[in-house]
Structures are given as structure tokens and as C-alpha cells.
Design a protein around this ligand. Structure first.
Ligand code: NAP
Length: 483
């Protein structure tokens, strides 16, 4: 089955930081794929901007190199690549200087959607917003896209929101959380709100607990200096995992509309209880098989930054009172695996004499690898010999349902950029959401900093620190295997 592709309106997209890692790996190859799919039309333009003095041709060459490196060969048709490269231009600009802005103004057109992607360090977001405004390059219809991290605490997030709000209305600001662009994350909303099946059970009465795992095998990948100031809590939990938790826990919005969805997510964040110190485990990986330990990747040999965090949180509202949400994320773990697992409670009474094979119903939403959903249900073990129970997966994966292996599903960045052009903010974080998430995270971070807690060491290639296992064991539960 072919995916239906609806072309977006012609646009001018200016990418600040167009020579950087994110633009090369994700944004530009993603735009090429949307062009190939017919979603980005040839009337659109992409204008790269950074300090490097490049000509249009040199920039186009660097984009061609990026496409060759990051787009699979089967999708690199020479004519399409050439047609895509013809849509590119480049303007040298320093976000903090005055040169180049007049040239940029000359390059953007009126009468098309204008979007500005800030793929630069957050310290430059305010400068870019101000200069776009001062030089009359952005108008009331323009959109800006900002990357993570959005602040490192509530105070810095507020300052960023204030800096952007000086020149752009909230409806013009698209704060990217690429987890929200994942197919299964959106599918989660479809499963919850387009079926009658799950919603009646979607509450503390029937759900025992929820586990959200984002496990990585990589180390800090040469980003030690950045990561040391961040850590797993800021890098993953406050943003990506918080968004996942919100989508699981939120009330049905009255409509699938940006503010209706974001209002409901905000209510969840505000209903989160403070997390108790005993419900938090931090870890830091040790080296193994020639790969270095965290402190070897850090610039600080005594770094106490966590490369792993697990915590238990509670949502104080009618729906979730009594159902814990366990979150864990870490680097250098056994496998790369991100999933949400919703474990249902036992049936109130068993009618079977032998129910030793009984397991809880679990709805597993896999974000990576192999995006998809599985509902673990009990059935009778086939064959003679009485009633024995076994658990089987009801596979609800998108790929199987529509034959998506053969089909070109846009990756998260592609989808989100097209949403920016369409003017749809549903999958972007609103300013008050980000601030509420920091207001929840700040006391947790300040707590361990104030206590001088050291993260617990864990072996590279393991499932994380022992204390994280205990966090669930003491509640009579266990983490799902990371595999
Ligand atoms: P990067 O590789 O360091 O690239 C930074 C880009 O900004 C370069 O194009 C650089 O080019 C440009 N730049 C630096 N200073 C500038 C200035 N004063 N004026 C104009 N342009 C300037 O960074 P990145 O990894 O691509 O990350 C970009 C943003 O995305 C950051 O906010 C980062 O946190 C976020 N992000 C990145 C990733 C990722 O996987 N890389 C993932 C999530 C979020 P010149 O030096 O030539 O100016």
C-alpha cells in the first residue's frame, strides 16, 4: 500500500547552522526525502546560513555529500538529487553580527511560507530572533523552529521563552522534540482515542504500572563537554520521556488540535508529584572491552554527571492515583531500545485450575528499533491435554498492517519539518509545557546536587545500576529486559 502524500505549500526554509551535524545528518537528507516523495514541491527553496564563507555551489556540494552519506542508495536517484540541489542557496551570516542579513533578505520571497530553523547552539536563539526581526526578514506569518536543549532549568527556559516572545508569537514558535515525530508515538494517540477498546481500561483501576525505557548503546560520542553540564535527566527525561509520559497519561483532548492536545499534556505535568530521593537512581558507566568509562569521556575526571537515571513518579489525579510510572534511560546499555510498556492488572478472579502460565496483559509501544505495538494477551495453549494458558503477542505494528517495509515512512524530523510548513503545532512543545517540565525537574536535580549524591557505577553493556533493579523489586515488579 502506497502512503498518501499531500504536497505542502511552497516555502522558503532558512536553516541557520546548515553546515552543522544536525543539518547534515537529519534536516537536509530529510528534506531531500520529502522532495523525492513529492511532498516538498520544486517551487520551494532552502537557504543555508552559517558563518563559513561558502558559495551556493560549495554548499550544494556539501549537501550532496550529506545525501550520499545519510540517504540509502536506493533513494538516491541522480536526477532527483540534482533537482533538489537546484533549490538550495547559501548566505554567510554570523548570528551575532550584522553582515549577511541584507543578502538573506534579498533571498527570501514574499507570498510563500517562510520558516527559519535555528539549528545552532541555544545561546544564539535570541540573537537570531532579534536580527530576523530587526532586518525585516520575518513577518507575522513566519515560523521559527528551535532545537533542544530548551534551557537547562526553569530560569533559563523562561529567559529563552522571553527572548523569543519579544519578536515572535507563540503560534510562530516550533520547539522540536523529535520523539513526538515518531510514527508510533502518534499511533499511540490513534490507538487511545480512535478506539473504544482501551480507554475504559486506561486508568489506575486497571493499569498496574507503566514503564518507559530509552536505552542507548552509545557513549557520549565526543559530546562530553556538553553532556557533563546536562546528564541524562536534562538530556532525556525532562523533555523526551516527559512527552511520552504525557501522551500516555493525558485526558482525551476535545479535538486533535494543537492547543487542545497541549492543554491536556500540561495538566499531566502539573499533576506530577515531587519525586522522593529514594525513588531516584543515578548511574555512570564504567569502561569495558577497550571502551572508556564516562569520566574518560568527560572533561572532568571527578564528574558526577549521570549517564543513567531511573525514577518512579506519581500523577496525582483521579485517573492515575496509585499507578506508578517508572522511567529509565541511559547510555552504554545492553541494547538500543526505546519502549513504553503498560502493564494491566490481574483479572479479579481466575476460573482456571491451572493458571501457572498466566501473565499480565501488557501493551508494548516500541519506538526503536522496529517501531510498532504489541498487545500481550492470554490464550489457550493449542493442543489436547486440558486448559493450559499461554501468552501471545497481538502485533499491531504499522509496518505489518500497511506493508510499510516497502513503503517510505518519513522519519521524525521529516514529518516535523512538514508540520512546520503546514502550520500544525500539535507535535511541538508549547512554552508553558517546557516551563512546567522544568519546574518538575529542577527540584529533583537540585536535590541530588544539594546532597552531593554520587551516581552509582554500572558496567557498560549491562542493564544499568543494581539499585535501579531494586527500585522496582521493592514494589514487587521488575523492569522488562533491555534487548
Ligand atoms: P554543530 O555541529 O556544532 O553545528 C553548529 C552550526 O551552527 C554550524 O553550522 C555552525 O557553522 C553554526 N554556527 C555556529 N556559530 C554560529 C554563529 N555565530 N552564527 C551563525 N551560525 C553559527 O551543532 P549541531 O550538532 O548541528 O547542533 C545544532 C543544534 O541542534 C544545537 O542546538 C543542538 O543542541 C541541537 N541538536 C543537535 C542534535 C544532533 O544530533 N547533532 C540532536 C538534537 C539537538 P559555522 O561555524 O560556520 O558558523
Amino acid at each position: 500500500m502506497a502512503l498518501r502524500v499531500i504536497p505542502v505549500d511552497p516555502f522558503d526554509l532558512v536553516i541557520f547552522g546548515a553546515t552543522g551535524d544536525l543539518a547534515r545528518r537529519k534536516i537536509l537528507p530529510g528534506l531531500y526525502r520529502r522532495f523525492l516523495a513529492g511532498q516538498m514541491t520544486p517551487e520551494s527553496r532552502i537557504i543555508g546560513a552559517a558563518r563559513a564563507e561558502l558559495t551556493d555551489a560549495a554548499f550544494a556540494q556539501s549537501v550532496q555529500d550529506a545525501i550520499e552519506e545519510f540517504v540509502p542508495a536506493a533513494q538516491r536517484d541522480a536526477a532527483s538529487v540534482a533537482a533538489f540541489l537546484a533549490l538550495l542557496a547559501y548566505v554567510p551570516i554570523d548570528a551575532k553580527g550584522e553582515g549577511g542579513w541584507a543578502a538573506l533578505k534579498g533571498r527570501v520571497r514574499s507570498g510563500v511560507v517562510r520558516a527559519f530553523y535555528f539549528s545552532v547552539a541555544p545561546a544564539l536563539f535570541g540573537d537570531l530572533a532579534e536580527r530576523l526581526h530587526l532586518h525585516g526578514i520575518a513577518d507575522g506569518q513566519s515560523r521559527i523552529v528551535v532545537e533542544k536543549p530548551f534551557g537547562r532549568d526553569l530560569a533559563t527556559a523562561r529567559a529563552l521563552n522571553t527572548a523569543l516572545a519579544r519578536h515572535f508569537a507563540e503560534e510562530q514558535i516550533y520547539r522540536i522534540d523529535h520523539y513526538l515525530g515518531k510514527e508510533t508515538v502518534q499511533n499511540l494517540m490513534a490507538v487511545r482515542f480512535a478506539n473504544i477498546l482501551f480507554e475504559p481500561l486506561w486508568k489506575a483501576e486497571y493499569i498496574d504500572h507503566v514503564q518507559i525505557t530509552v536505552a542507548e548503546t552509545v557513549d557520549v560520542e565526543g559530546r562530553g563537554a556538553y553532556y557533563d553540564k546536562s546528564g541524562a535527566m536534562r538530556d532525556m527525561v525532562q523533555n523526551h520521556m516527559m512527552q511520552l509520559l504525557c501522551l500516555i497519561a493525558m485526558e482525551p483532548p476535545y479535538h486533535f488540535d494543537p492547543d487542545a492536545v497541549r492543554d491536556e499534556k500540561l495538566k499531566v505535568i502539573r499533576a506530577l508529584d515531587p519525586v522522593k530521593p529514594e525513588d531516584i537512581v543515578r548511574g555512570q558507566y564504567l569502561g569495558a572491552n577497550g571502551s572508556g568509562s564516562y569520566v574518560e569521556h568527560s572533561e572532568d575526571p571527578a564528574s558526577r554527571t549521570e549517564s543513567y537515571v531511573a525514577l518512579k513518579c506519581h500523577i496525582s489525579n483521579w485517573r492515575w492515583k496509585g499507578t506508578p510510572f517508572y522511567l529509565r534511560t541511559g547510555k552504554k546499555l545492553r541494547a538500543r531500545s526505546s519502549e513504553i510498556a503498560i502493564t494491566f492488572k490481574e483479572p479479579p478472579h481466575s476460573i482456571f485450575d491451572d493458571d501457572r502460565g498466566w501473565r499480565e496483559n501488557v501493551l508494548v509501544i516500541r519506538l526503536q528499533p522496529n517501531e510498532g505495538m504489541n498487545l500481550m494477551v492470554m490464550i489457550k495453549e493449542p493442543g489436547p491435554g486440558g486448559m493450559r494458558l499461554m501468552q501471545v503477542p497481538l502485533d499491531m505494528s504499522f509496518a505489518d498492517a500497511v506493508g510499510a517495509e516497502a513503503v517510505d515512512i518519513p522519519d521524525a524530523y521529516e514529518r516535523l519539518i512538514m508540520d512546520v510548513i503546514r502550520g500544525n503545532q500539535t507535535l511541538f512543545m508549547r512554552g508553558d509545557e517546557v516551563e512546567a517540565a522544568w519546574a518538575w525537574a529542577d527540584p529533583i536535580i537540585q536535590g541530588w546536587e544539594g546532597r552531593g549524591d554520587k551516581p552509582q557505577a554500572y558496567d557498560a553493556g549491562s542493564s544499568g545500576p543494581d539499585d535501579a533493579m531494586m527500585l522496582m523489586h521493592r514494589d514487587g515488579r521488575r523492569w522488562r529486559d533491555i534487548r
